[in-house]
Design a protein around this ligand. Structure first.
Ligand code: I3S
Length: 128
């Protein structure tokens, strides 16, 4: 419900196919498992969808599929991380809760665009 609310109420900034693996959960290291994922940047969140075959950019609509997971970008850190993989064009996203993701694309221009867009959108963490 939160995710759907976010998707209907916030502006869609960017969407596309990237390779993704989660490498840490709450600061605890996880075993890498790369898979293609539709990544949607909307409001303060990065939302991941499975099954790229049924998720082409033109058919993607907020209501017609369930997100696999989503990441709250508030206070998140973004770094190029080519040292963490043998793949090229890899960056690491770390959330304030200690979840870490690697995102990758074979296309240089595409990954640079994603990096720039996420970097510019990460809102400062406001402690209440
Ligand atoms: O950092 P690692 O451990 O070398 O990452 C590789 C492994 O996770 C490997 O899986 P298995 O060890 O479970 O077979 C993946 O298939 C590789 O893709 C990982 O390395 P890259 O360099 O692709 O991130």
């Amino acid at each position: 419900i939160n995710t759907l609310y976010v998707m209907f109420s916030q502006e869609l900034e960017k969407a596309g196919l990237l390779n993704k693996t989660k490498i840490a959960e709450g600061g605890r290291k996880l075993r890498k498992s790369w898979s293609p994922s539709w990544v949607v940047l909307v409001g303060n969140s990065l939302v991941f969808f499975k099954d790229p075959k049924s998720q082409t950019p033109s058919s993607w609509r907020p209501g017609n599929s369930r997100p696999e997971s989503s990441v709250d970008l508030r206070g998140a850190q973004l770094h190029w991380a080519n040292d963490l993989s043998s793949k090229k064009n890899v960056f690491k996203l770390r959330t304030v809760t200690g979840n870490e993701f690697l995102l990758q694309s074979e296309t240089d221009s595409l990954i640079k665009e994603w990096y720039k867009t996420i970097q510019n959108i990460i809102p400062p963490l406001v402690l209440s």
